[in-house]
Structure formats: structure tokens, C-alpha cells
Design a protein around this ligand. Structure first.
Ligand code: GLN
Length: 287
């Protein structure tokens, strides 16, 4: 079929201009289609914009477009998400890694660089494995323990570890926070991005969050209960002088700093995300 300008209605250019999706989303999904069906790079959206999709590619495009129109997150539609320097497989059983969470990776990597020997790292509530695997990928001499209470999440995290060839340095355990550890151990760095959204927060019923596992987003309470468990248990699981770093909500910084003080941690530091929000806090066990 041709439109009024004589352009084929299933050409890349016509599909992009007639899509009801925001331009950037339509381009991501159409790039995925031409990569899958024609092994063409994203740049072909411009360089070959008159190319017409064959029937099966066209149907695939329509399905992806429909899924996005129904609100499904792009990362679940594509089945992958870039995070720090790695790409992760994601599916509805795990939280989609957020750019602001890269902050925790950078805090951990700074500390690992400072220690200058092989480090033992603990990532609790690992989900897709994002934090643990990004750390392992960027620091060749660290060994990571990653936990999650969800077997579905751990299955995905383990696939990611294998895909990234990091399964020899990342060990996974199932369970709640420190209870997941099968033996008592102390770490050089503990990191966690726990569920910290309060159960009454309206964001839980909006946008991408509607499709993500609720247990990865909310503690079904004030938002602070998991952070409290993690912070209060840190002293007994950190080596002397070692570092804890947690992500928290944009309005939870003061509460998290208080929890860290109450837990007897020191050198408490507040970290800003790229949007300028107080998004993470770190503290040390006394040396
Ligand atoms: N940062 C996520 C969000 O606001 C929440 C993730 C979490 O609770 N750890 O969508």
C-alpha cells in the first residue's frame, strides 16, 4: 500500500511517522524489529528509511507497538536493559534496573579501588543481578555474594551471570536479607537497593511500576522497614572499617542517616543521583 506521497505504508519512515507512540519509543521498538528480522543496525532506520517490512516483520512491529500502547515497559518488551557497562536480561519477575542505581555500583567500585586487594562484596535483593554483576564485571578481583528472596529473580540473575561469564565470581543465595547467607561472613562492601516505596505511594499504580514485581518495589509498610533491617544488621556482617551503601527514596535521606547513626556506623555520606536527588547513603563500621 502507498500513502498520498507515494510512500509505502510499511516503509520504516512511514511506520515511524504514523506510530501513535512517542518517537523515541517507536524508534527503539522498530530498531529491535529490523535487528531481529534483517540483522540491520539501528542506523538503518535513517539510512534505509524507504525499506519495506515483510509480512512477518510488519506483524512483529504491530505486536510490539500494541504491547507498548498497553503500557508494558520497553525493557520487558525487548527482554533486556543496559545497566552501567553491562546488558541484562529482564523479565516481569525482576525490577527493571534504573540508571540511578548505577550510583551504588560506582560507590562500591571506588571502595574496591581504594582497598587494592581482592574484595568480598555482598549485594542483597539483587533482582536481575544488576548491581552484583556490574561490580563483578568492572572489578576482576572481587568475589560477590548476591541474595534475593525470589526464586524467579534468582533464576534470571543466574542466567545473566552465565551470559556475562561472571558465574565463577558471583554466588547466589535465596532468602531474606542477611538470613540468606548460609554461614556467618563479613564483607568488604555491602550494597543493596531494597524495596523502599511506601505501600500507600500512588506511583505503585502508575507507569512501568504496574508491571514490575510489587515485592521489589515496596516493603508493604512505611518504605523504611527493609532499609532498617539492612542497616541494623550491617555491623555484624562488615569487616572492621568496611562500607555499607544503600539506595533509598528521594525523601528518605534523613531517615536513613538516622538509622545509620543508630546502628553505630560512622563516616556517613549522602550521595546525589544525576537528577540531584539524595538517592544513596553510605557508612562505615568502626575500624
Ligand atoms: N527506584 C525505584 C522507583 O522509584 C524503586 C526501586 C526500589 O524500591 N528499590 O521506581
Amino acid at each position: 500500500m502507498r500513502d498520498q506521497q507515494g510512500l509505502a505504508t510499511n516503509s520504516l519512515k512511514a511506520l515511524l511517522s504514523s506510530s501513535a507512540l512517542p518517537g523515541n519509543e517507536a524508534r527503539i521498538l522498530l530498531a529491535h524489529v529490523i535487528e531481529t528480522y534483517y540483522q540491520l543496525p539501528r542506523s538503518a532506520l535513517l539510512s534505509r528509511d524507504d525499506m519495506e517490512l515483510n509480512e512477518s516483520a510488519y506483524q512483529a512491529w504491530q505486536q510490539l507497538e500494541q504491547r507498548r500502547m498497553h503500557g508494558e515497559p520497553i525493557a520487558y518488551i525487548l527482554g533486556k536493559k543496559g545497566f552501567h557497562a553491562i546488558e541484562l536480561m529482564v523479565a516481569p519477575g525482576v525490577l527493571i534496573p534504573r540508571p540511578e542505581t548505577e550510583l551504588l555500583v560506582d560507590i562500591a567500585l571506588d571502595e574496591i579501588g581504594r582497598i587494592k586487594r581482592s574484595c568480598q562484596i555482598l549485594d542483597m535483593g539483587t533482582g536481575s543481578g544488576a548491581i552484583a554483576l556490574a561490580i563483578a564485571s568492572a572489578s576482576a578481583h572481587s568475589a560477590i555474594v548476591a541474595t534475593d528472596q525470589s526464586s524467579e529473580a534468582l533464576a534470571i540473575a543466574k542466567i545473566n551471570a552465565q551470559n556475562l561469564h561472571l558465574d565463577n565470581r558471583v554466588q547466589f543465595f535465596q532468602g531474606d536479607w542477611y538470613e540468606a547467607l548460609t554461614q556467618h561472613r563479613q564483607f568488604d562492601v555491602i550494597v543493596s537497593n531494597p524495596p523502599y516505596i511506601a505501600n500507600v505511594d500512588p506511583h505503585l499504580t502508575q507507569g512501568d511500576l504496574r508491571f514490575e514485581p510489587a515485592s521489589a518495589l515496596t516493603d508493604y509498610a512505611s518504605g523504611l522497614s527493609c532499609l532498617e533491617t539492612i542497616i541494623s544488621g550491617a555491623n555484624s556482617h562488615l569487616l572492621p572499617g568496611a562500607l555499607l551503601a544503600v539506595e533509598h527514596g528521594f525523601d528518605q535521606s534523613d531517615a536513613v542517616v538516622c538509622l545509620m547513626k543508630d546502628a553505630g556506623l560512622h563516616d556517613i555520606q549522602v550521595h546525589l543521583d544525576l537528577a540531584g536527588h539524595k538517592r544513596a547513603a553510605s557508612a562505615r563500621k568502626m575500624a
